[in-house]
Design a binder for this molecule. Structure first.
Ligand SMILES: Nc1ncnc2c1ncn2[C@@H]1O[C@H](COP(=O)(O)OP(=O)(O)OP(=O)(O)O)[C@@H](O)[C@H]1O
Ligand SMILES: [Mg+2]
Length: 253
């Protein structure tokens, strides 16, 4: 059982798109996978069809407020066989900090809460490094860092790298940065190629070979509330996320 956190404190780099689509690919490759949405904006939950604004399902927030704290009661199957979701909702941002203070605990989510039936638990994190993201870093085996292949992404990345170092020193000495991968790569632009080269120079073997290109089908899949491999399996984005999932599994061995 491996715990992975998708992390980058820059917004809009592809954390959620990558979390949902990689999780669906892991499931398709035969891994029982649980996607935990730690972002109060709930994008990953909505991507998988759990939109609190038009549905009455319970979320991670209800779990925190419950008295018996049985995590399994808040986990739902998805359209992809083998992929499960622990959804989020906006109220999560207030409640997490509040309950943490009230109960005087460092972190709520502990590895022992998760059923051993999952071989991968993947956390989608919010862009800010609040307590929810720190909780995931404290219990994860691996961090995965998506990097948007745009010029400004490089300077912003230092913050994430520093944060990961800090997490390793102070929170979780066994946390390993599994690797970095390029997202929203636009083959037609020189800037994207330049950024990718810089990333390869900087991170060497930690850089995954697979790069996720710009693909409008990924945006459509989000609106259809399905992972790309269910919505449009022949899309380029589906193939690339499938390839990246295989590379990740290989690296975790
Ligand atoms: N490869 C891609 N091709 C085209 N659009 C993409 C791609 N990856 C992500 N997007 C779009 O870019 C936007 C940002 O992506 P996403 O929500 O995954 O980023 P994020 O890092 O989770 O953002 P936040 O930090 O706000 O949570 C979304 O509208 C998404 O649909
Ligand atoms: Mg997101």
């Amino acid at each position: 059982m491996k715990f992975i956190v998708m992390i980058n404190n820059k917004g809009g780099v592809g954390k959620t798109t990558s979390s949902v689509n990689l999780a669906a690919c892991f499931a398709k490759l035969g891994k029982q996978c649980l996607l935990v949405d730690l972002d109060p904006s709930a994008s990953a939950s909505i991507h998988l069809g759990f939109d609190k604004s038009n549905q009455a399902h319970q979320t991670l927030c209800d779990f925190l407020l419950s008295s018996d704290r049985k995590l399994n009661d808040y986990i739902y199957p998805t359209v992809q066989q083998g992929l499960f979701c622990l959804p989020s909702e906006p109220a999560l941002s207030d409640f997490y900090d509040e309950i943490q203070r009230e109960e005087q605990v460092d972190f709520f989510l502990k590895r022992s809460l998760f059923s051993k039936k999952y071989s991968i638990v993947l956390f989608d994190s919010p862009p800010n490094m609040g307590n929810l993201a720190l909780n995931a870093l404290a219990i994860a085996d691996y961090a995965l860092v998506p990097v948007q292949t745009q010029y400004l992404a490089l300077s912003g990345l230092d913050l994430t790298v520093k944060l990961l170092d800090k997490a390793k020193r102070h929170l979780n000495s066994s946390l390993e940065t599994l690797g970095y991968f390029g997202t929203q790569f636009d083959r037609r632009t020189n800037v994207a190629k330049f950024v990718l080269n810089e990333l390869q120079d900087r991170f060497g073997k930690k850089m995954f070979k697979t790069v996720i290109g710009v693909n409008s089908k990924l945006i459509e899949a989000y609106h259809a509330q399905k992972p790309i491999n269910s919505y449009f399996p022949s899309a380029r984005g589906a193939k690339e996320y499938g390839q990246l999932a295989e590379e990740i599994l290989q690296r975790m061995k």
